[in-house]
Design a protein around this ligand. Sequence first.
Ligand SMILES: Cc1ncc(COP(=O)(O)O)c(C=O)c1O
Ligand SMILES: NCC(=O)CCC(=O)O
Length: 444
Amino acid sequence: MTPYPFDAPASQALLERALAVTPGGVNSPVRAFRAVGGTPRFMASGAGPYLTDVDGREYVDLVGSWGPMILGHRHPAVVEAVQAAVADGFSFGTPSENEVRLCEEIVARVEPVEQVRLVSSGTEATMSAIRLARGYTGRSLVVKFAGCYHGHVDSLLAQAGSGVATFALPDSAGVPKEMAAETIVLPYNDLAAVEQAFAAQGAEIAAVITEASPGNMGVVPPAPGFTEGLRRITAAHGALLISDEVMTGFRCSAAGWYGLEGPYDAGAPDLFTFGKVMGGGFPAAAFGGRADVMALLAPVGPVYQAGTLSGNPVATAAGRATLEQCTPALYARLDEAADALTAALRDELGRAGVPHTIQRAGSMFSVFFRDGAVTDYDGARAQHVPAFGAFFHSMLSQGVYLPPSAFESWFVSGAHDDAAVDRVVSAVPAAAAAAAEAFATIDS
Ligand SMILES: Cc1ncc(COP(=O)(O)O)c(C=O)c1O
Ligand SMILES: NCC(=O)CCC(=O)O
């Protein structure tokens, strides 16, 4: 493993201990630095837009815990809500008011969502939505798109984005072939491919699941009319449309990606999945949608779905307090910070002669180290990955924490003030020079 570029004894010692007791030293693969080389930083604390590692080094955080930290770290309103909830008890295994309040907030924000069920992770949300769609339609096939990631659900790990893309895996070992055969993987943004799949097997397809605006192959927004087309085709064949807003939900706007692109003339998606922001950094996620579909869930209907910690009072208090801060002013600030960062990236990468494309979905953005628009997974993979690695390490050594992968979205928070943005901007020229050098010297 590449040594730290500077002395980081506390991180190194922790890494050695972690490697002994957990595979790869990490509890989620994307946290490892395998794709960029080097060793991961162990973080000790976060405050506003900053993370501090166990060696006392501070970074401007552009990962935001992979999306949830939309207010930055330790926002006082969330700290207060969590402390109040903890004082009342940790988990009751009964219904409680905090979960009702969070469900009400979600239903109020996303117009087509009439009912929700709370779970503890995005993976549970998509897994349960798929089961519900199968129960509703009595069919078993599911269509997903290459480069989209919907958590580590067996049937959805085919040509998945995020860590599966980062580590260049075609899919995951351990998924039975019968399970994989239930999934039809199509190229993103290709309605003709969807039409063909439905023409061939439409009567057996339970659902199409799509990231509302994909952020797990880098940021690849839907082409105009793509989502609407999915709605039209699924409705014509009696299949459900599941919009995965785990990453975009309450992030791209108060009503997520749907708030930017919907309502669609062809009708709303039947089911939505949420996570990340709605838990405010705690384990809370949800799926929801049409009341007549949700009515199939136990205890009302025959589709079983459950969870010991679902609707946990502390997690739901954090989520509700976070959503309460997700005001128009917050979204305006996220956009401003993303504007400033993407402009600086464009200028400096251009000046350094580095081929690049910057794509955005609301305030989510990422840089592809290649020229030209990226519309699907093949396009995302056709970038110069070593240039990203060089860029990443230069930024890291200058105190900017980016996702350690060329296939992930970058996130800003409402706490990214001008001082934090300026710190990132001032690091970009040297990182752009490092990327230019990688282009010149390393084959992609
Ligand atoms: C779009 C999308 N869906 C689902 C998931 C799975 O969520 P979790 O990691 O909470 O299981 C993620 C991220 O991990 C995601 O980005
Ligand atoms: N965009 C990637 C993720 O959000 C996944 C985080 C994880 O798996 O830890």
